[in-house]
Design a protein around this ligand. Sequence first.
Ligand SMILES: NC(=O)c1ccc[n+]([C@@H]2O[C@H](COP(=O)([O-])OP(=O)(O)OC[C@H]3O[C@@H](n4cnc5c(N)ncnc54)[C@H](O)[C@@H]3O)[C@@H](O)[C@H]2O)c1
Length: 284
Amino acid sequence: MGTLEGRVGVVTGAASGIGAATARRLVAEGARVLLADIQDDVGGALAESLGPNAAYRHCNVAKESDVAAAIGEAAERWGTLDVIHNNAGFVGVTGPLEETTDDEWNQTLAVLLSSVFYGIKHATPIMKAAGAGSIVNTASVCGLYAGIGSHVYTVAKHGVVGITRSSALELAEHNIRVNAVCPGYIATGLAAGRAVSEIDEEELQRRLARARGAMETSQPLARMGEPDDIAAAVAWLASDDSAWVTGTTQIVDGGLTVGKPWRKQAAGFAEKRPIRMYAPGTYS
Ligand SMILES: NC(=O)c1ccc[n+]([C@@H]2O[C@H](COP(=O)([O-])OP(=O)(O)OC[C@H]3O[C@@H](n4cnc5c(N)ncnc54)[C@H](O)[C@@H]3O)[C@@H](O)[C@H]2O)c1
């Protein structure tokens, strides 16, 4: 029996990458899952391949009415809502803030941050009525540190961490848990720049192969992350195995934010050397 047997979930951004891996994993754990995305062909085909415990619905997460409708459809189809993974995202506007227009700022925040607000807002009444729920938001290591991603992406992901913590406090008394996953570099179209440069599948795979190669030396756990690494964390946060966990930011980054890989540390520290004793007064 899976850890989510009989549960009902919604995953946004479920047509590809982390969302697709999560949808697959939640269904494998026994849940019924509504996949929400704007890539209707790919998302529809994935839902079809997952069988009767999955369905697809078009949903632009930047529109509150779309998010409300996706959540409403899941609850109507399967009677309740136990889990929502607010995950859809893109890179959004990049570059210096002085060159960022108001529209670019607003659109980026709408997709990356307002979407999470909409997901929490519309999941809450159903979860309150059910007496329990688990909300998992995809933030990023960029939600915890600056300088890894672009400006507005970093702002938005810090916001996702903020709304995770703040709403966790509000909803705890209703037995609704709210947590975030903070992925490092994960091998998806987003990480390979597909969304910003409209690349085809062949070019995507070439870029991902290059990125995977580079991460073999740059990461403490010597590989790039895969969508399944994040899906596993989401499935745990969605399940009762994490029943006493709320308001957390679960970092899944292969050690990226911990520090330099041991093998890359200055030779003087990485090599074993005997302690040199100095007599007082002999320092030069
Ligand atoms: N890949 C990484 O390295 C990485 C690292 C940290 C965080 N993340 C976050 O993970 C999440 C998923 O990204 P991914 O890496 O799987 O990328 P991806 O491009 O493979 O998947 C993103 C999905 O979101 C969908 N989407 C984009 N805009 C949407 C909108 N307005 N409405 C509905 N769906 C929309 C896309 O169609 C796509 O299916 C994002 O929130 C991203 O910021 C990714």
